[in-house]
Design a protein around this ligand. Sequence first.
Ligand SMILES: Nc1ncnc2c1ncn2[C@@H]1O[C@H](COP(=O)(O)OP(=O)(O)OP(=O)(O)O)[C@@H](O)[C@H]1O
Ligand SMILES: [Mg+2]
Length: 235
Amino acid sequence: MSTRGYFVAGTDTGVGKTLVSCAMLERARGDGLRAVGMKPVAAGCDETPAGMRNDDALALIAHSSDPHALAYDDVNPCALPDPMSPHLAALRAGAAIDPDRIIAAYARLAAQADLVIVEGAGGWLAPISDSATMADLARRLGLPVILVVGVRLGCLNHAQLSARAIAADGCKLAGWIGSVIAPDMAALDANIATLRELLPLPCLGVVPWRSTPDPMQAVEWLELPRMDQGVFTRS
Ligand SMILES: Nc1ncnc2c1ncn2[C@@H]1O[C@H](COP(=O)(O)OP(=O)(O)OP(=O)(O)O)[C@@H](O)[C@H]1O
Ligand SMILES: [Mg+2]
């Protein structure tokens, strides 16, 4: 089977991209696929004896098919210490975020897997340098995009803006997945219904708010067709 990949974008930082990405990995593995996660750019890493490590990348590895077979540097080729916008974190680290390195790392992961789930950093237009954004990276990877909508007040606007920007940048939108990040959101069901109406792309699930969110439980809320049936074919 040829490798498929998805780029997981978010309406913002902290909206549930990692939770949803890990749940997608679990779902794909449940469907019998070799699935691996990737966090190409991570700003906010801990220095360890093995090198820089980022929590998102480690979570994606933990939910991948064969964690021990993965090279950390392939999963997270740009590991920046400071938790801030990637372009500023790179500046502070005296490093440049090199799309070619990321593409090469993606190719190595794709050679090991049937499915690669690539989690973006921040929102769609988060800068990664003076002149490039996460959108440029997603375009270079050439992957269909899944938009994670952090369901909270303001998400109707953020979701539409993000979907429009992704389409305007020439990327294919495979669908959106909600994650409820505001436990007391007023009119929650009506907001979710409005998202379903307003967004011109399929809803692939809405993960409810949980005090201790867990990808193994979140997977139950995904409305994905079996991943090996070609519904999510690469564009
Ligand atoms: N459905 C949910 N219920 C409760 N908490 C949630 C839910 N979805 C996400 N969260 C929490 O919100 C926070 C942000 O989620 P997550 O780390 O998945 O976001 P992200 O978009 O990947 O963020 P980043 O931009 O830092 O990568 C985490 O603490 C996570 O546990
Ligand atoms: Mg994340």
